[in-house]
Design a protein. Sequence first.
Lengths: 335, 334
Amino acid sequence: MQQETVRAGTIETTYREAVKQAIRDAIKRDERVFLMGEDVGRYGGCYAVSKGLLAEFGPERIRDTPLSESGFTGAGIGAAMAGMRPIVEVMTVNFSLLALDQIMNTAATVRHMSGNQFGVPLVIRMATGAGKQLAAQHSHSLEGWYAHIPGIKVLAPATLEDARGMLWTALQDPDPVLIFENVMLYNMSGKLAADAGAVDIDKAAVRRPGSDISLVTYGGSLWKTLEAATALAVEGIEAEVVDLRSLRPLDDATIMASVAKTRRAVIVDEGWRSGSLAAEVGMRIVEQAFWSLDAPLGRVCSEEVPIPYPAHLENAAIPQADKVVAAAKAALGRK
Amino acid sequence: MTARADKPHLSREHMLDILKKMIRIRRFEDKCAELYTQEKIRGFLHLYDGEEAVAAGVIPVLDQRDHIVATYREHGHALVRGVPMTKVMAEMYGKQEGCSHGRGGSMHLFDRDYNFHGGNAIVGGGLPMAVGLALADHMRGGDHVIACFFGEGAVAEGEFHESMNLAALWGLPVLFVCENNLYAMGTALALSESETDIEHKAACYKIDAEAVDGMDVVAVEAAARRAVHAVRGSRKPYFLECRTYRLRAHSMFDAQLYREKSEIEAWRHREPIVRFQTWLQANHIIHPDDVPRIEADVDAEIADAVAFAEAGTWEPVGELTRFTYAESAGLAGQ
């Protein structure tokens, strides 16, 4: 159920607004849904996503929490087990490490440990990624770590459609779903169908068709990768850009279909290179499509350094379009 | 006579019932220890020997509709709650007839039919879950009590403090039951807490609290009645510290280097079953043949449970990756 053909016209909106409307819509449609997290109410959300929702829905359903990531994430787990549909917001992925015990040891294990008697239909949203000069404790991209964990699903909405549509589908899922919103996307504006609604959360999407090389990416890096593809086109290289959308499970079929067509691939991932999601995607290509490949795989990841504060160093630390262009050319043997 | 919900009743029938509950736990676990040496049960096995009065005193006071969150030392809680001994024993074996389909083992007993939410083996990790179960009840205007058991070791965890604060801040019906057995594995309370009077920790969260002799099942039950009555009536949390002692090792791998044998012996004189039995006999509440009869009944039940577990089946390896995600959307639709 990818975004259907636009019928009701389009609206100009932002990623932030799309996420907010998704939350509003879910709270209105399902009385079991509520939003809980630090500063989601009176403050309006650290990234202003939930601004105005407290006035609309009240403090029970837009629930400000103390700075107790483990406690309120665990409370979301318990409430989900009891039949509610909580949306837990964690300010940034770095803070989510304080809740990692609950996410990993409880949310991801309860169904299994209980022999399928209890599930945790919980959605956890959090901001991820660098680019706002927030330095080494607010800027990391750890969604690849979470994608390592069986028992949860991990989403990375990169487009307005996905920001608007993934939440509802995630709330229908009987298992925990983590949604990673790249901080650089919140201000992104564009057109969205006025009747935009739920989208699937298990398929990758080809955002730009091409025949010469597959550029596989997700989240905030999608737009840099598309920029790179445009630059490559100027030089006569047609890159296909695959947006993973779901980091767990990975949609192997879409990746392999693209690689079978282009015979080359570069993976772009804002996580650190070592042990990265890019490594996982690359290895899957090697396992499943090795004989289709005409060149070694390439990767553009973050440099192996905590994210620094100065803008020039921060920019140098994470994937940028020029690095993607260079990696793509290298895979094609072009200079 | 009208029984008040917050007062214990001391009828012979009731006394025999709680005595049997404790004997049932003790003998079940004695059998488990034996089966462990025979390698029928593997992994970690944490016995409740000496602490039976807590589960037997608290859990029967709860209603069937109430919820329980327990720890990895939870065989007693599951049995008192009513999870069939056959299913518990099969779980100890890892057979698919077990109460967690064999996937959990000793530390992860679950049973939806009894609102028994584990079996949580991260110390302190169950407390936020209890807060969440209570939050759901609060938001739906329910009247359930969520009883959350944990050891005094959990009190050092951040999750304890976060959970106490959230429950008090939001006015949630959680009964926090601290089973203070004086040792977090091998670390004595005085070596892990600046304030060793655990009951006092509740005060900084404005949670009403009571400490009780956890080796005295009548006292525990009386305190539990007050506590459950308070939670159900006020819809606010309550903290009950049960002062108890673990007479056996922490797990089957523990050489108990951290405590003196004389200390264990001193506590053995206060152990809850013999103490209660002696009191019942001295007060002529039970007859001389009551205990042998209870023991015979329990032994027969244990024999059945062992036979059930032995006859149980191993889940096919082909099903290894099941229960990681829901197999149909309806499963979590509760």
